[in-house]
Design a binder for this molecule. Structure first.
Ligand code: HEM
Length: 515
């Protein structure tokens, strides 16, 4: 037999590397998209946790995208079953597969939990093994970075320890003057509109509410003002809107560098936000300033042994988190509260009477806000029906057990706040109605299982800004109620939409007049 020698020229080396690389890629994709998801599904299925069959690559994305047929121009009655309007598939899956079911998004297996005892165990869990969506998941990277909202383990604990004290109630009390000034600017702008329109103005309130909440975050946390932070907020909102539509596509390497339909490139937007935040930081470093959140973040970054680039990233990611987490959430909540008060004249009168009794003609201060019980009830009810963050996610970073349910490492857990907040079994047959009275005896008196009311999330990762958010909401609403009376404008179209937050897609139009 003759031996044949195989000569390796440069071309053959390149081809061999390409073939080996291609086979490796196929193997990797097969493992990620078929083997791993199937193994996890089998483990869950053995415990009776079943769910809709995933389609290859995209999982159940097609079902999630299906919306009930509706024409947004229709003037339909306002109906508060937001979950059914946004994601009918969740209701169908729950009906078919029970309180715990699994579905897929790409290679991710997600267990949706509606079972009260399992939710309780999850909310009580404090170990670092139950993390947030993993930082390795690049699709959310441009928006959230690796700040306190998305990091896990010791890195999260370190960041939370730095940021949390800056948003404790005693610090928020110190922000009252700033918040009041921002709210008064809004009141003045509405008064000018009313005057210009001859005594009654049709106001699309969203822009002014957003400016208020952006101004508060900029001034209270970053010592700048809205006009300086305006570009950052605008670009972050654009990025959030893109991410809410394209998060799965952005998993594909290279997608961040391609322009989207509206000709915006995610990578460029991310870079611009990065540079804008660094500009605010640089300005701060040049000028001495009183201690606020930005100052605390800067001091801690300086003290660390990180490289210059890592220090910058630490600062930018955490500033981005606070700008993002604290801005649109509060604005959306205020808009929904005003929508409810405008559509229910009795409640508007009742809350106003309460506010006026407490404040008279004075501007509300820190001691007055806790006394506004009727207003608190309206905010709580609005956050129940329209929680701006409709689901809270976790990832099992290790194999975990909640009651008898075994969740293998790598599976995501979704607690869908929106469905828990409107479950007739928990809230009664009037679960979809606006009835703030249910909170007359606090959350414990409002429903059978109070731990399932969680507009600010739960456990060790509960919202850091809830004190600030409640003070902002109360102060703004109290000032609006004591200056104006208002009703829904004929131009209002009820249009809740999910863009990582539940917000009114077409805004909220009110007819406003001076009291
Ligand atoms: C009405 C307004 C707000 C709502 C409904 C809201 C809701 C939430 C929810 C549901 C979470 C997730 C909690 C979890 O995973 O269990 C969260 C986290 C967070 N929120 Fe808020 N939030 C609001 C306002 C704010 C404000 C004003 C700030 C800051 C100024 C803020 C900062 C944060 C931060 C930093 C986290 C991450 C906490 C962590 O992972 O350790 N939020 N928020």
């Amino acid at each position: 037999m003759e031996l044949q020698y195989f000569e390796f020229g440069p071309m053959k080396i390149v081809v061999s590397i390409a073939v080996v690389g291609f086979c490796g890629l196929l193997g990797f994709l097969y493992n990620e998209l078929v083997m791993k998801p199937n193994t996890l599904r089998e483990i869950l299925k053995k415990q009776g946790i079943d769910g809709p069959r995933p389609s290859f690559l995209l999982g159940n994305i097609r079902e999630l995208m299906k919306k009930p047929q509706n024409n947004n121009n229709d003037k339909r009655p306002i109906f508060h079953n937001v979950a059914a309007a946004l994601y009918p598939c969740f209701g169908q899956w729950k009906k078919k597969y029970g309180e715990l079911f699994v579905f897929s998004l790409g290679n991710k297996q997600i267990v949706c939990v509606n079972q009260a005892d399992v939710v309780r165990e999850i909310t009580k869990h404090i170990s670092l093994d139950l993390g947030k969506i993993s930082t390795q998941r690049k699709e959310f990277g441009p928006l959230l970075g690796q700040g306190v909202l998305t990091s896990n383990g010791k890195s999260w604990a370190h960041q939370r320890k730095i940021i949390a004290p800056e948003l404790y109630m005693d610090k928020v009390k110190g922000m009252m003057n700033l918040i009041t000034e921002s709210a008064i600017t809004l009141i003045k702008s509405w008064k000018s509109k009313i005057e210009a329109e001859g005594g009654i103005a049709d106001i699309k309130i969203d822009a002014s509410i957003s400016t208020f909440s952006a101004d508060v975050i900029s001034r209270a946390c970053f010592g700048s003002n809205y006009s300086e932070g305006q570009q950052i907020f605008f670009k972050l909102r654009t990025l959030r809107e893109i991410m809410s539509k394209k998060s799965l596509l952005l998993k594909i390497p290279g997608m961040r560098f391609l322009p989207t339909k509206s000709n915006i490139c995610v990578w460029k937007l991310e870079k611009e936000i990065y540079n804008l935040i660094l500009k605010v930081v640089k300005k701060r470093q040049e000028a001495a300033h009183e201690k606020d959140l930005l100052q605390t973040i800067l001091q801690n970054a300086k003290r660390s042994n990180l490289t210059q680039k890592a220090v910058e990233k630490f600062i930018v990611d955490n500033c981005k988190t606070i700008y993002l987490a604290g801005y649109d959430t509060t604005a959306a909540s205020a808009s929904w509260c005003l929508m409810f008060l405008a559509s229910d004249q009795q409640w508007q009168d009742r809350v106003r009477a309460d506010v006026l009794e407490i404040c008279g003609d004075r501007i509300p201060d820190v001691d007055m806000l806790p006394k506004m019980k009727q207003l608190t009830m309206v905010i709580q009810e609005s956050l129940r029906l329209y929680p701006p963050v409709p689901l809270v996610t976790r990832e099992a970073l290790k194999d975990m057990k909640f009651n008898d349910v075994y969740i293998p490492k790598g599976v995501d857990i979704w607690v869908t706040i929106l469905t828990l907040h409107t479950d007739p079994e928990i809230w009664g047959s009037d679960a979809y109605e606006f009835k703030p009275d249910r909170f007359a005896n606090g959350i414990a008196g409002a429903c059978k299982l109070p731990h399932l009311y969680m507009p600010f999330g739960y456990g060790p990762r509960v919202c850091l800004g809830q004190n600030l958010a409640m003070v902002e909401l109360k102060l703004l609403l109290a000032l609006i109620l004591s200056n104006f009376s208002f009703s829904l404008s004929p131009n209002y179209t009820h249009s809740p939409v999910y863009r990582l937050l539940i917000e009114p897609e077409r805004g909220v139009n009110l007819l406003v007049k001076n009291l």
